[in-house]
Each structure stands twice: as structure tokens, then as C-alpha cells.
Design a binder for this molecule. Structure first.
Ligand SMILES: [Zn+2]
Length: 352
């Protein structure tokens, strides 16, 4: 009897081990659980706290073949529509059968901003959803959502791309960011990723947070956890132009080729314009803004970028470019509040 019981135990143990070997564990993000070869939709549930609960849509696309895990995120600012529509395209068209590894797609982090058409912030707590990482569970909705994205997306991925664009009031030209961390291996990978992404203007950033507990941005939340990450922006002023959407979709696909998630050769951008300093021009008065430059215009130091009038048409402020460079974005609406940005100008330099 004793031996019989031991045999049964052994049989159960062996069959459990075999089962574990032949049935690969599912890859789960929020409520989306994907076996190899599956594309599964779900939500990252953000529990209620001192304010309302929310849920963030997520799709997990899992190839049959092994490979890295890439996270694609957009909509931290829910009215940067081009980036959101680009990831909707990825969700609809990227198939599990064509990839090696796993792609996590989070197309719309800031659902209330999208639904209510509120730029820059989450209207629930008036916080930017790309400034409060790694987040905390006892904070406001933005902080709890950031905590859940850190746990469910950043910690489960190997690489990350955060997509943005010009918001409702921002007339922006496409560009990406390469954040140099000082870690040579990480920097080589992120540089290859940003070149593979393919945008022809790249901002070099060297002052991003190094502390994983105070990472602020999604990209830094990944990089401070040893996961190479880049940020790219395209689209502007509430528009969804096909060229801009395609630029972001093609960028994600080419990074997937670089990471060997998709077959084929990654073709990096040839001779991009490197921007080594970004100057911001802000208004010193409230009033009505008249821009004198367009997104993508090259200006010299001293070029007048715009002026502000009072509500009776009298010019009360004029602003000039502090240095020569390319207008990355210019305020796209007449509303101008003291302290807010009129334009940002990227100074051309060398990346090293
Ligand atoms: Zn943004």
C-alpha cells in the first residue's frame, strides 16, 4: 500500500513535470494572457483609490518562436492622436504568426484625456501621465496607472518604445529622442534602436533620471531597469495624417527587425540631423499668440518666432530664437498663457 501510494505520487510528479515542459506558460499583461501563436486583448486594471478606478487597454501578440519582449506604448497624452492610431494599426495588422518573441501594445494610457479631449494631462487629477513614474498605489489615478504600467509592462518587457506627438495645441515636426545613460552597452543598443526607428531628426538627451525610484518618464523607467528604450514623436494639432501614422508604424516595424522580432533587415536612417540642445521660448504675458515660424522651419539666433497681443490688438511681447536651429514645435493656437511654451528649437550638433 505504501509503495503503491509512493508510485502514484511519483506518477503525478512526473506527469506534472512533463505537462509543464510541453505546455509553455502563458505570457500575461493585465487581463491579457497569450499562449504562443496568440494575439489576446485585455485591460490593465487600475484600482480605485483616492479617486476613480480606470482601465488601460492592452494587446499581447505572442509569436510561436522564442524572442525578446518589446513594449509599444502611446497615448500618455490622450489627444496625441497620431501615435494612438499608429498603435491601433499595429494591433490590427501585426500577427502572432509572423513574429519571434512577444509584442505588448498599450495604445491608450490616458483614456479620460482621449474621451474628454483634454490635452497634456489626465483630467481626473490634472497630472501629465509621463511625469509620475514609477508611480505608487496610494497616489492619484495617474500615479496608480503609472505604478501598474511599471509592474505590468516595463518589468515584463526587454525593450520599450514610447510614442508621442504634437498635442492639440502643438504644431510639431517629427523627431525622436536618444537618451545617453553612460552605460556603453545600453547606449549602443538604444542608438541602434533610434536609428532603426528612422526619424531623420534625433534629439540627444543626457540629463534623464538615473534613479529607478524617481524615473519620472516611461522611457527612463525602462532604462533605469536595464531595458533599452526610446521615445519618438510624430503628428500635430489633433490631426491624423497618413504620412505621420505610417512614419510611426514603419519605425516600430524596423525596430522589430533590428531586434529580430520580425524577419528581414533593419534599415537605419542615413545621416540624421542630431539635435544636441533644445531651447524653449516661453511667453512672459497672457494674451493672443501670433506665430511667425512654422514647424520644421530653420531659424537663426534672433529670428522673431512670434508675438503676443492684448485683447485689443496691441503687441505686448515679442520673442526671438535664443539660438539657431530647427523649430521642433510652435504653439498651434492663439491661446497664450504666461509661462507657457511658444516654441521649441533644436540646435544642430554631433552626437558624441
Ligand atoms: Zn506626449
Amino acid at each position: 500500500m505504501q509503495i503503491f501510494r509512493k508510485l502514484i505520487t511519483l506518477f503525478l510528479f512526473v506527469s506534472a513535470a512533463l505537462f509543464a515542459q510541453t505546455t509553455p506558460a502563458k505570457f500575461t499583461v493585465g487581463t491579457a494572457s497569450a499562449a504562443p501563436g496568440e494575439k489576446v486583448n485585455g485591460y490593465i486594471e487600475v484600482p480605485a483609490g483616492i479617486d476613480a478606478a480606470t482601465r488601460i487597454p492592452v494587446t499581447v501578440i505572442r509569436g510561436n518562436k522564442p524572442g525578446p519582449v518589446l513594449a509599444l506604448v502611446s497615448g500618455a497624452h490622450g489627444t496625441e492622436y497620431t501615435s494612438i492610431i499608429a498603435l491601433e494599426h499595429v494591433i490590427q495588422h501585426l500577427e502572432a504568426g509572423e513574429i519571434s518573441g512577444t509584442v505588448i501594445v498599450v495604445p491608450l494610457v490616458n483614456l479620460e484625456s482621449f474621451l474628454q479631449k483634454v490635452p497634456h494631462v489626465n483630467p481626473v487629477d490634472h497630472k501629465s501621465m509621463n511625469r509620475f513614474y514609477p508611480g505608487k498605489l496610494d497616489g492619484t489615478q495617474t500615479e496608480r496607472a503609472s505604478f501598474m504600467i511599471t509592474r505590468e509592462v516595463v518589468e515584463k518587457c526587454d525593450y520599450l518604445i514610447d510614442l508621442h506627438g504634437g498635442d492639440l495645441d502643438e504644431s510639431l515636426r517629427p523627431y525622436s529622442y536618444w537618451s545617453k545613460t553612460g552605460d556603453a552597452k545600453m547606449d549602443a543598443t538604444t542608438k541602434a534602436m533610434v536609428l532603426a526607428f528612422g526619424l531623420d531628426h534625433i534629439i540627444l538627451v543626457t540629463d534623464r533620471p538615473r534613479d529607478p525610484a524617481a524615473s519620472r518618464y516611461l522611457e527612463s523607467t525602462a532604462s533605469t531597469r536595464d531595458k533599452p528604450a526610446i521615445t519618438a514623436e510624430a503628428g500635430y494639432s489633433g490631426t491624423v495624417e497618413t504620412d505621420d501614422v505610417n512614419m510611426l508604424v514603419a519605425g516600430c516595424a524596423n525596430v522589430m527587425r533590428y531586434l529580430q522580432i520580425l524577419p528581414g533587415e533593419a534599415k537605419p536612417v542615413d545621416s540624421p540631423v542630431w539635435l544636441t540642445k533644445v531651447d524653449t521660448v516661453s511667453s512672459d504675458v497672457d494674451g493672443i499668440f501670433y506665430p511667425l515660424v512654422k514647424r520644421g522651419t530653420y531659424v537663426e539666433a534672433g529670428t522673431k518666432v512670434g508675438y503676443v497681443t492684448d485683447y485689443f490688438g496691441k503687441t505686448i511681447s515679442e520673442k526671438h530664437a535664443p539660438a539657431g536651429g530647427v523649430v521642433l514645435y510652435v504653439c498651434g493656437v492663439p491661446s497664450m498663457k504666461k509661462g507657457e511654451l511658444m516654441a521649441s528649437i533644436g540646435e544642430v550638433g554631433r552626437p558624441d
